[in-house]
Design a protein around this ligand. Structure first.
Ligand SMILES: [Zn+2]
Length: 174
């Protein structure tokens, strides 16, 4: 039996992965390998890293990632309506995001967990810009509700409503 440090380390890692899989089985929606070190994208900003992690896990705000609240919701892409809005569709083939895709991620052809996108810091930085530019899988609460198309546009100013008056009181008046 090889008892060198590297051989022992390898056996411990294999035992860890075996026990980890037995104790905490991977959900069916997650097809990524179990890492023993943080993914490179975890070094990005917290918000974007969260978006990426959720997208990779299949539990994001993309339409094709069902939630426990609405498991039977329509999975069509809200932007183009051509395909289910999966992570791959949102990055690779969504018509409405093609300008940002061709400008920022033109060399990315796959989002599989073994692809170069997840180990290349320049690509991850471009993905960060892409996510911010397209608001991909942002929480819906970050956007104000849009009025229905039939409602008239709101006037910029209404003469019947007086402007608000703000009174500033000093500490001496209190
Ligand atoms: Zn689309």
């Amino acid at each position: 039996m090889d008892n060198t440090y590297s051989a022992l380390k390898k056996r411990v890692r294999e035992a860890l992965l075996t026990e980890w899989a037995a104790l905490f089985p991977t959900p069916g929606c997650n097809h990524h390998a179990r890492p023993l070190s943080p993914r490179a994208f975890m070094g990005l900003g917290k918000f974007v890293a969260g978006r990426i992690h959720q997208n990779r896990a299949g539990k994001s705000y993309l339409a094709a990632h069902p939630t426990w609240r609405s498991p039977d919701a329509d999975t069509s892409c809200l932007r183009c309506g051509l395909e289910p809005e999966t992570f791959a569709h949102a990055i690779l083939s969504c018509f409405s995001r093609q300008n940002s895709k061709s400008r920022l991620l033109h060399s990315v052809t796959d989002v599989c967990h073994e692809g170069p996108l997840w180990t290349s810091l320049p690509l991850l930085n471009r993905l960060t810009t892409f996510i911010s530019a397209t608001s991909m899988s942002f929480p819906p609460t970050m956007f104000p509700p849009t009025p229905p198309p039939s409602s008239p546009p709101l006037p910029l100013s209404s003469p019947s409503v007086p402007p608000p008056v703000f009174r500033v009181s000093s500490l001496a008046e209190v």
